[in-house]
Write a protein that binds this ligand. Sequence first.
Ligand code: PGA
Length: 251
Amino acid sequence: MLRPLIAGNWKMNGRRADGIALASELARRTRRAGGAELTRDLLICPPATLLVAVAQAIADSPVSLGAQDCHSAASGAHTGDVGAPMLADVGCRYVIVGHSERRANHGESDQLVNAKAAAAHAASLVAIVCIGETEAERNDGTTLAVVGRQFAASLPASAAPDNTVIAYEPVWAIGSGRVPTEMEIAAVHDHLRTLARSRAPGGERLRLLYGGSVKASNAAGILAIANVNGALVGGASLNADDFWAIACSCP
Ligand code: PGA
């Protein structure tokens, strides 16, 4: 079985004191859990303003640090953006790219997401590449075609199981409290596993996360689905008890 990854996406939330308190609490729990943390990877992705403070708060703990986005260029005249090498420099190991909120709010295309993932790889970061269908696409019965197209177009040639994670997040399930059935999640993840296997050798080692309204109450069922190798958690990652309960729900 692949080692599960439980990733928290804090989105645009938190001031220094909140972020430090939440990160410190998670670090404390992982340290106290002794060997238990070895069964899954725990990751938090705070907003860019908190990366340095959170890196300090989780230092010497098994909790990893990630960012929520990066530019496709390493550096340069890109006002307001952050390059992947800058994220690595402050202690990030991961970066989320292509989240549906960025695709929708910033017009990010598969092509741009592909370039951002390549930039992450060039900076030795693990890219968490997000894909997922809209409600209209699900109702049209095109979910597998949509995620298949996004998978193929958003992954750069450099993508490999060691530097890439896929997060399947149905757009309509994000922040809505609505979750696909376990059979619906399984159908998409099985399809993604088939695509991963046919894309490159070692595709069975590519971690496939589910995201969209994951909570302590539904995590165990979701994480037990074949080919679900973890979760990308938004709202519930802002509370230490909830996020910890999800992390402890891995089979
Ligand atoms: P949610 O967000 O858990 O609040 O639905 C998930 C995400 O957007 O990554």
